[in-house]
Design a binder for this molecule. Structure first.
Ligand SMILES: Cc1cc2nc3c(=O)[nH]c(=O)nc-3n(C[C@H](O)[C@H](O)[C@H](O)COP(=O)(O)OP(=O)(O)OC[C@H]3O[C@@H](n4cnc5c(N)ncnc54)[C@H](O)[C@@H]3O)c2cc1C
Length: 393
């Protein structure tokens, strides 16, 4: 079997579905297929995400990706309406709070000023301000903090379920199957081959396979520095009351937020062997997360972890930023119609709407229009020029 598409998107997580949504809404005639091996997303990263959406970044592109994406999530119910039904993604505009020790103040200030220049609503807090606002928090070892009250969190699974319904209603072909090969003709890919035996002829391909993106790249002998990095999301409760908290992050990577009667979060680490590992080390919470929590809030002294969900970051070990755009290295090795949208290293959910829109511009009009993401393209990797995020990650 052979069908002709304008764009075949590999991977139906947040990145792939948002790209499909924008391609189809901006050009209804565009023949778009999303190939996803499991539309229940059993192992996909998106539904395992913490759901945080924030503008607190240092790279202008990341700030702008958030600036453009978060309002889309806030308007989600209206955008995703199908047959009069409006999905609820539980958006909580309860803010983000980055806290740093004295050694981190200069960098925090630099980023704070840049965020302000990009129009972000951010507040600078000294330890005394923090103490007043969050009386439970230990602040004597902190140098400063930045709060972004318009940021927050949402439910990632509900995002996917709504996007699946909406993209289908828009006419995107959702194919549950596994991509097993890419047929290359010279410097172009001309077909995507599926496990079922189907062959999808296409003008363009987007690799949105998240932590599995390097496997797709390997099908065209493209070596990418993206690796699967296990990271836990824990659910825990607190016996003693704590005042309402925003999503809190520190420079040692403690990151957590309120969830129901308790809290959701963890301490991701880069010191983790890379691989498709979904095992849970039940000692990790007690050894790493609990001490960090109890240090910051004495109320967490007696806390117990009630659940741990492992998931994979699509970690870009080159510089921690995504790779967005065609496999174009300025030489003869690439495939001009093979686009990457992977390596989000922990920020893919919050950046997916704007990334999807940017990809639609690139594929439909041949250039980025609303956001210039050229610096996040493959060329920086090909040239060995990392473009790292300097904020808290
Ligand atoms: C614990 C945890 C917490 C996180 N917290 C946040 C957060 O707070 N905020 C945030 O923005 N991000 C967060 N992230 C990161 C975020 O989850 C990812 O960056 C984002 O979900 C990536 O989306 P994706 O669509 O690229 O990947 P995925 O959601 O993994 O989708 C990729 C899809 O590709 C499919 N696929 C793979 N190979 C094939 C194939 N050969 N054929 C067909 N289909 C294939 C997979 O089945 C999968 O469904 C977190 C991640 C984890 C693990």
């Amino acid at each position: 079997m052979s069908a002709q598409h304008d764009v075949v998107i590999i991977g139906g997580g947040a990145i792939g579905l948002w790209a499909a949504y924008y391609l189809k809404t901006r050009s209804s005639a565009c023949r778009v297929a999303v190939v996803e091996r499991d539309f229940a997303w059993t192992l996909a990263s998106t539904p395992r995400a913490s759901g945080g959406v924030r503008r607190l970044f240092a790279c202008p592109e990341n700030i702008e990706l958030s600036n453009a994406s978060i309002p889309v999530y806030q308007a989600f119910a209206d955008l995703m309406e199908v047959d009069g039904e409006k999905p609820d993604i539980g958006f909580k505009k309860n803010g983000y709070l980055f806290i740093v020790p004295p050694a981190g103040v200069a960098n925090l200030l630099h980023n704070f000023e840049r965020q302000r220049r990009h129009g972000v609503n951010v507040e600078w807090l000294e330890p005394a301000d923090l103490e007043k606002r969050f009386p439970s928090m230990r602040v004597d070892d902190l140098g400063a903090a930045v709060q972004s009250p318009d940021d927050g969190w949402l439910d990632p699974y509900s995002v996917l379920a709504a996007l699946r319904r909406k993209t289908r209603a828009l006419g995107v072909e959702l194919i549950q199957d596994e991509v097993v090969a890419l047929d290359r003709a010279g410097s172009l890919i001309d077909a995507v081959v599926l496990k079922s035996g189907a062959r999808l002829r296409t003008d363009s391909v987007i690799n949105a396979a998240g932590a599995w993106a390097p496997q797709i790249c390997a099908m065209v002998s493209m070596a990418v520095p993206i690796t699967p990095l296990r990271r836990y999301e824990h659910y825990f409760e607190c016996q003693d009351p704590v005042e309402p908290l925003p999503y809190l992050k520190d420079v040692d990577r403690l990151a957590f937020r309120p969830e129901g009667k308790g809290y959701s979060g963890g301490v991701p680490t880069l010191n983790e062997p890379r691989g498709y590992n979904f095992e849970v080390d039940h000692g990790y919470f007690d050894e790493v997360v609990w001490p960090a929590l109890a240090h910051r809030f004495p109320q967490f002294e007696k806390t117990k972890c009630k659940a741990t969900l492992p998931g994979l970051y699509d970690q870009n070990d080159f510089d921690g930023n995504p790779i967005i755009g065609p496999w174009d290295d300025g030489g003869n090795d690439g495939c001009a119609n093979f686009h990457l949208a992977a390596g989000f290293s922990g920020h893919g959910l919050m950046h997916a709407p704007a990334c999807g829109r940017a990809l639609s511009e690139l594929l439909l009009n041949g250039r980025f229009e609303t956001l210039d993401l050229a610096r996040l393209g493959w060329r920086r990797v090909a040239r060995g020029e990392p473009y790292p995020e300097q904020g808290i990650i």
